[in-house]
Write a protein of this length. Structure first.
Length: 127
């Protein structure tokens, strides 16, 4: 399965995502904000296959973190998926413009999250 970095500032939501992905067989690295996600992605012994990020986080937003990740040659090809309760077209377009491959709206059903992640991983050949 895949190595997935999850950046979510709300602990309960982060734990639900981590549990859902781990139950599906993925290895999950956790970050509490965008800045930590960028640090962990660069320092990880095993490069993440996918990065999932909330949009609104302290220290660095998901958009800023995504742009920073895409500026690092070793990380630019890692797909980024945004998770957000903000589902307006402008928010989704901002996420895609920052470099994300998908935008998943909260709240989500765990089985729906796993299905979407499996689709994305299959598209990039990481499964």
């Amino acid at each position: 399965m895949a190595n997935i970095l999850v950046a979510e500032d709300e602990r309960d939501i982060r734990e639900l995502i981590v549990f859902t992905l781990a139950f599906a067989g993925h290895t999950v690295i956790q970050a509490a904000n965008g800045a930590e996600a960028v640090e962990l992605a660069q320092a990880a012994a095993v490069k993440p296959d996918l990065i999932m990020m909330d949009v609104r986080m302290p220290r660095m937003t998901g958009y800023e973190a995504c742009r920073q990740l895409k500026s690092v040659p070793a990380l630019r090809d890692i797909p980024v998926v945004f998770l957000s309760a903000k589902g307006q077209d402008e928010e989704i377009q901002n996420g895609l413009a920052a470099g994300a491959v998908a935008y998943i709206l909260k709240p989500f059903a765990p089985d729906e999250l796993n299905r979407r992640i499996a689709e994305i991983l299959q598209q990039i050949g990481a499964t």
